[in-house]
Each structure stands twice: as C-alpha cells, then as structure tokens.
Design a binder for this molecule. Structure first.
Ligand SMILES: C[C@H](N)C(=O)N[C@@H](CC(=O)O)C(=O)O
Length: 653
C-alpha cells in the first residue's frame, strides 16, 4: 500500500496555509467591493434606490451562478489549480477596471466634481462587475475543493476543521473589508476636484485580489494537484441524455424495471461513471429546497435596517454577521457539537442543516416581534379609502376650521392639526413653516417664502444646529432629533426679535423608543443558523462528491445561494405585504415548511463514502485486485514523478 506524506504541521498539510490566506484576501476583496457598491450606484452613478438594489442583487446572483462555469472548467479541462490562477487573473482585472470606473476626473472635463459622461462610467463598471462575477464565482467552488484535496485519508478530522477554518477566514476577510472600505470611501480625493474617494475604496480590494493571487502561486510547489479526467461534464450530460432516451424507448411495461433510472445508461456507459452521476444527482436533488434559506439570509441586511436602532449605519451593521461568525464557529466546533456527541445524539450534517434553517426562521419571527413593537409607536396612517389633512395655523389666535358640515377643528395659534406624511421609519425628517412676513433662509435648505412650508427634509440623528437668515437679521437654534421621528417647526413673525426663542416644535411622529438590544436575538439566531447550515453544507458537498466531481458539487451548493438571491429579486418586484411584520412571519413560515420537507428528504438520504463506492464498482466491473493495484500503482507512480518534480517531500511506506 502506498501512502503519501506531504509536508505537514500539527497534522495539517502546510499547503492549506496558502489556501486559507488566499481565501482571506479574496474575500476581503469581494466583500470590500460589495460594501461600497450600492453607495457607488446611488451617489456616483446617481441611480435611484430601486435600480441600485436590483443591480446589486443581480450581481450577487451572478457571482453565485458562475461557479458552475468554474467547476466545468476545473473538473473537465484545466484542473482546479490552473482554473484558480486563470480566473483569479480575470477577477483582478475586473477589480482594477471597477476601480478605474470610479475615477470621476476621467470624464470631468468642466471640473465641477461630477462625471460628464455617465455612459462611460456605467459601461466600465458593468464590465468590471461581469469580470469580477466570473472570477469570484469561477474560483469559489475550486478553492474549497482544492483545499479539501490537500488532505490524506487519515486526516478526516483535520479536513472537517479545515472547512471551519476556511469559513473563519472568509468572515475575517469580510469583517475587515466591511469596516475599512466605507472609511476609505469617506475620504476625499481627486485630481481636479476633491470628491468621495471611490477609487481608493475599490482600489484597495483590487490590490488585495492581486495579493491573493500571489499567495496562491507562492504555494504552488506544495499542492496536491489532481488532473481532470477528460471532459467529465460532457460525458455526464451525454450519459444522462442517453439514460433518459433509453428509458423512453423502453417505456412499455414489458421491459423489466431497473433499480435507478440512470441504470438505463448501462448499455453504453461505464458503470463507474453511472455510479458517480448517481451520487451527484442524489445530493443535487437534496439541494432543491435549500435556496429558501438564502432567501431569508440575503434579506438580513433589510431586517437590520428596519428600525435603524443602532443609529442607522447599514454599512457598519454588516459587520455584526462576520463578528458573530468568528465567535460562533469555534464555540460550535469545540463546545456545542462535541457536547451533543457526548450526550449520545447523532447530530448528522443534514440534521445540522435542518436545525440551521429553523434558527433562520426563528430570526425572522424575532424580527416580526420587534417590528410589532415598533409599529405601536407609529401613528395611524390613512387606509386606501381615507385621506388625511394637515392644517397649520399661523394666525395669532385660535381658529375654528370647518372641513365638512359636521366636522370642526379647533387649531390653536401656531398649532398643527392632523398629520399627513408617511415616511421611512428609519430616518428623521423635519419641515419648516414660515410664519414670518418675508423670505427666510435656513441652513442647508432653500429659502422659504412667507406662509409657505419646506418639504420634509432628512436630517442626521442627534443635536443639530440651524441658522435662520433674512438680510442682515439672523438667529440660531438647535434641536435634538430622536431616531425615526418627524418634526414640524413653526416660525412666527417675531422670530428675530426674540432670538429664535418663539419657534414652536411639533412632533409629528415620535422617536423610536424600542431598545436596540431587541435586535440582538435576531442577529444571533440568523448567524447560528448560518454556521449550522452553511459551514456544514460546504463540508457535506465535499465529502459526498466523487473525486472527479468535487468542484461540480461545490458549484451546485453555491447555486442554491444564487437561486435564493433571484427569489429576493422576484419578491422585491412582486411588492410587499402591507404590514412588515406579516412579511417576516410569512418568510419564517415558508422556511419552516421547507425545513420540514428537507428533513423528510434527509431522512431517506444514505451517507456515502464515494471512494468506497468507486472501489466497489471497479471490483464488480471485474477489475481484479491485482489489476486495481496495478492501476493504482501506475497512477501513484505518475503522481510521485509529478510531486518529485515539484519538490514535495513524499515517503513510500
Ligand atoms: C460573510 C458570510 N457570513 C459568509 O461567510 N459567506 C460565505 C458563504 C456564502 O455566502 O457563500 C462566503 O462568502 O463564502
């Protein structure tokens, strides 16, 4: 028997060090760019909110669809190593293109600080994003599987730990970049005019992608590289096609049934290939309900936005997820899972994934409960059959207003009756009513004519200062704004004589009184769900795949995420339920239903050892043990030559 001993450290192949560092840099690059992408769409390309979020989700979906392409290239043509290198180059070019597209000076001929040719910037950034999606998605299934390939049979415990460490690196990269790139964007830079520094915010991720590539190449001499076995995907497609055709040709009941529909390919195709396809199809079938998890997961940013309880800083809120992952993965791996095992419970991978889905559903129930609390602080908005009227009395005494023969409103001097405006709850807005006898200028606002009002204007939370001006006269006042609130300021004619003292503040909408701590459970629940679901899914997809289709199954796993994102897009298009909490509960119920279906499917799934099945099929095919040994010896000699060339330390036992 031949066993290879590659260079090891603490039981782990040294080569995986390069792979996890590569993953860290690549995820830094990806998440760093993603953290400022919507801001770039909104404030550089000046797209509206809907277009910006749609393109963003479409891009994310594309990033999770391209793994199929990467897997086909790797398993059928170039092998994982070369695929990672070539597609990383495409990825780095994409990041550089994206960074260049954000330099406003390129088209800012009149030097007013805004680009003059938006078409150029849009075209370049879309090209950049397509290349990034191709690169990041293409290498994604290959890197995880390539990492797995570095382990020998006796290192199965280390292999499981590898996937956890791999996930930790993903999240460390994501955490750092999500913290850093928004800060870089907030800097000012430019050649002719100083603007928000998008080139730096996108440039740093581009540099990290180049570093990621260099690190991966640096480990080149240490890797275990498996060559692709011909155009495997084409053979798989032909084999499945033949099985379907052959089954159809023999549909009459006079033909004896076969154990599996793929057995109808027996006449023409190798039994080993058929066995391998069966393994892959079994797992892919199991993945059908999984996109629902990602549909909820990918909306987590929205559930975190809803009340803006942490001061409405969505960019920074995104960091809560990786922070929790970095804490929870070791706790689960070292404490919870061993404890469950010690209690004699079989917490198999598919059970973990089911529990992960239930945790995500609970996160949405928790979000719904918080939303109900928030809704209690909201004013009653008119239904579709009602309307509201707001009357402001700028007269000096109480007025009696008749709206219809039977309805009278008494409005005190400088009072406001009824509220009509509905606005996003996660913001603060205010408007001014000018009761002064002439035009007024207010800080950051257009001037207001006498007896006119400003529109509701968004302001930042906390204490804000305003300066009112009319010609040489001015006065200054400050107000504290509570989050989620809305105010009207009534400016009387005496405003300058009493130094702004007489400005009346009317609270149209109360500030948010729901405590931010109420958000913690939903973060905790969704991230616990992610650890159970996603880390386990990654390991499961590797362990259940035949050797020559590891990347393909990783791609299948990633596709569940792509479909989840596409569902988010469809849901956004179809519109929303009138009550936000009802929407959260609907999603939670859907995920519970899906997890029940998944648990039933999982119950009928038998875990396999692909290598064992392959050996068994070979044996059944009549390959005598000596022949198999000869075949193995030939393969291993070939491998050994290759590794000796690469200078890897190998020992024959
Ligand atoms: C940052 C997320 N918590 C995360 O770990 N994402 C993973 C899984 C995925 O989204 O496919 C990743 O970026 O690989």
């Amino acid at each position: 028997m031949l066993v290879y001993l590659t260079a090891e450290c603490c039981g782990y192949p040294i080569s995986i060090f390069f792979i996890v560092v590569n993953e860290f840099c690549e995820r830094f690059s990806y998440y760093g760019m993603r953290a400022v992408l919507v801001l770039y769409f909104r404030y550089f390309l000046l797209w509206d909110d809907d277009l910006a979020t749609s393109i963003y989700h479409a891009f994310v979906a594309l990033c999770y669809l391209t793994p199929i392409l990467g897997a086909i290239i790797a398993d059928s043509w170039l092998g994982k190593f070369k695929t990672i290198i070539y597609l990383s180059i495409v990825y780095a070019i994409g990041q550089v293109t994206m960074a260049i597209s954000t330099i406003h000076d390129i088209t800012d001929a009149n030097r007013d600080g805004t680009p003059d040719n938006f078409t150029f910037h849009i075209a370049l950034s879309m090209l950049g994003l397509i290349l990034i999606a191709l690169g990041t998605g293409g290498i994604k299934p290959c890197v995880a599987a390539f990492g797995g390939d570095q382990f020998q049979e006796h290192q199965s415990r280390q292999l499981n730990t590898f996937f956890s460490v791999f996930y930790l690196c993903i999240n460390a990269g994501s955490l750092l970049s999500t913290l850093i790139t928004p800060v870089l964007r907030a800097q000012e830079c430019g050649i002719h005019t100083q603007q928000q520094c998008y080139p730096l915010a996108f440039g740093v991720p581009a540099v990290l992608m180049v570093i990621s590539l260099v690190v991966f190449i640096a480990g080149s001499g240490m890797y275990v590289k498996t060559d692709p076995e011909g155009n495997i995907m084409w053979s798989v497609c032909k084999c499945i096609g033949f099985a379907i055709k052959n089954r159809f040709r023999h549909r009459s009941s006079s033909y004896p049934k076969r154990e599996h529909w793929m057995d109808w390919a027996n006449e023409k195709y190798d039994k080993l290939l058929i066995a391998q396809i069966k393994m892959v199809l079994k797992v892919l079938f199991l993945y059908i309900p999984l996109p629902m998890f990602w549909t909820l997961f990918d909306q987590k940013v929205s559930i975190c936005h809803f009340s803006g309880l942490l001061g409405g800083l969505p960019d920074q809120m995104q960091t809560v997820n990786p922070i929790l992952i970095l804490t929870l993965v070791p706790i689960m791996d070292r404490l919870i899972f061993p404890l469950i095992q010690k209690c004699g419970l079989n917490f198999s991978p598919l059970k973990r994934m089911t529990v992960g889905m239930l945790f995500a559903a609970m996160a949405f129930v928790s979000a719904a409960l918080v939303q109900i609390e928030i809704d209690k602080t909201l004013p009653n908005f008119p239904s579709s059959s009602e309307s509201q009227l707001k009357v402001v009395n700028t007269y000096s005494t109480t007025l009696n207003v008749t709206i219809s023969p039977n309805e009278h409103l008494l409005i005190e001097s400088f009072g406001v009756q009824l509220h009509t405006s509905k606005h996003t709850y996660s913001t603060i807005s205010c408007m001014f009513v000018n009761g002064y006898t002439a035009d007024l200028n207010i800080t950051n606002l257009d001037s207001i004519e006498p007896s006119a009002t400003t529109n509701y204007t968004l302001v930042n939370q906390g204490k804000r200062d305003f300066v009112l001006r009319h010609g040489e006269q001015w006065c200054e006042f400050s107000r504290k704004f509570g989050f989620g609130a809305s105010y009207t300021f009534l400016i009387p004619s005496t405003v300058f004589s009493d130094d702004c003292e007489s400005i009346t503040e009317v609270e149209d909408m109360k500030p948010n009184s729901v405590h931010m701590a109420l958000q913690i459970p939903q973060y905790f629940l969704i991230t616990t769900g992610e650890v159970m679901f996603s880390v386990t899914g990654l390991q499961f997809s590797y362990s259940q795949a035949p050797k020559n289709m590891k990347s393909v199954l990783q791609a299948g796993w990633l596709c569940t995420n792509a479909v989840g994102n596409i569902i988010v897009l469809i849901v956004a298009e179809l519109g929303k339920l009138p009550k936000q909490w009802a929407e959260y509960l609907l999603f939670a119920s859907l995920l519970v239903a899906v997890s029940i279906i998944f648990s039933i499917m999982a119950y009928f799934y038998t875990y396999i050892d692909p290598a064992e099945i392959e050996a068994q099929v070979r044996k059944e095919q009549g390959l005598e043990p000596e022949e198999m040994e000869k075949e193995t010896l030939e393969m291993e000699e070939k491998d050994e030559d290759q590794k000796n060339e690469q200078g890897v330390k190998q020992t024959k036992i």
